[in-house]
Design a protein around this ligand. Sequence first.
Ligand code: PXL
Length: 282
Amino acid sequence: MKDKRILTIQDISCVGQCSLTVALPVISACGVETAILPSSVLSNHTAKGFSAWTFCDLTLEMPKILKRWQEENITFDAFYTGYVSKEQIPIILDIVEKTAGVDEAGNKAMLIVDPVMADNGLLYKGFDDDFPQHMLRLCSKADVVMPNITEAALMLGMPYVERQHSHEYIDDMLRGLYGKGARNVVLTGVSFDDREVGIACFDGKSTEYYFNERIDASYHGTGDAYASALTGAMMRGKTLLEAASIAADFVVEAIRCTIDDASHWYGVKFEQVLPYLIRRLQ
Ligand code: PXL
């Protein structure tokens, strides 16, 4: 298989083990060339634990960077987007349209969207209430979307249920996002009982599940580690379900590495389990 180059678009949170500081090492460790387009630069992430942050918006840089890439005839084999603003969504769609490569079999570069905006029933700080509808527009063009339960609920106007979920609730989310145009939906944080938590994958025909034992701890940045590993594994030729399962196991390993260290509250020690991820791809 020809080597692939991916473009990932999300923020740089300088400290806090999320977004680009996770995506770049994880996808690179998967053996996939990773180009980056930072959507903004923050001193640290905006989630629990940090009381404030600096924020430098890079929206105006994005069309300039695109123009330069076009002058160089640069194309990408896939796109993976994370934490972005509503103003950046039309620019991202333009970048995808203008720099999508086509592989030997004639397939156009995939768009993988992690609709990063919310968790635990709430939008992240800095996002307006209308943001989910903007993000839905990006998801509707995607080959793969991977929302958590909160993000899917917000985009579809459904109630947020923490757990346990009914099969009908999960099915409505999968079919709802598929119905809006997403070609494959990977829903994270699915839980039918207190014992296990996992993912549901829907390709428009069948739903497949993958579960791990629930660990009673929640860490910031696990969504980014998950999305990055899934993206890297897919680029390495794994099927969506294989990639989704490998990514879930990778995140569980990263949490296990972190759980005994109370001083490490701001993210997971994914670096220590990169060898595990690499082994799973062999
Ligand atoms: O992990 C998602 C994320 C990414 N980037 C920034 C964030 C968050 C979640 O809070 O604050 C800046």
